[in-house]
Write a protein that binds this ligand. Structure first.
Ligand SMILES: [Zn+2]
Ligand SMILES: [Zn+2]
Length: 137
């Protein structure tokens, strides 16, 4: 079990089980939402317990992005019915989670260049296999 919280502490998230590894997305939506990137680790819905009021934004027909309405901390992104992609920064225990994947890697802003030899998936490769918004806008 790991526990996380937003900046103000109004939202607390307990996670009983997760993949323990971080993916980063450089798509246009994630750049805007996350200040340049979105980072997330996956946890199945039955393993996640959220307390406190949560704001939700439907960022597409197939996904939502959640935030604390009081302090604005990003909490998770989630495709409907799928795993949570939780923000690692909320969890002290995520400090040692490895970065295992970048998606939309060819769209990254220059400052967001991560070191390491993990897979870097291009926009074209990602969009061949996953739902997405046309135009990465
Ligand atoms: Zn908060
Ligand atoms: Zn993205």
């Amino acid at each position: 079990m790991i526990e996380g919280r937003c900046l103000c502490g109004a939202v607390r998230i307990a996670v009983a089980r997760s993949d323990g590894e971080v993916s980063v997305c450089h798509c246009a939506m994630c750049r805007r939402w996350g200040g340049g990137i979105m980072a997330g680790f996956n946890a199945p819905p039955e393993a996640v317990t959220v307390t406190g009021e949560v704001g939700r934004y439907a960022s597409s027909d197939f996904s939502e992005r959640a935030f604390c309405p009081r302090c604005g901390s990003n909490l998770w992104m989630r495709d409907h019915g799928r795993d949570y992609e939780l923000s690692p920064g909320l969890f002290d225990a995520a400090a040692d989670f490895p970065l295992v994947r970048e998606v939309y890697a060819d769209r990254a802003h220059r400052f967001a260049a991560f070191s390491g030899d993990h897979p870097r998936i291009t926009r074209a490769d990602y969009e061949r296999n996953h739902p997405h918004l046309e135009g990465d806008a």
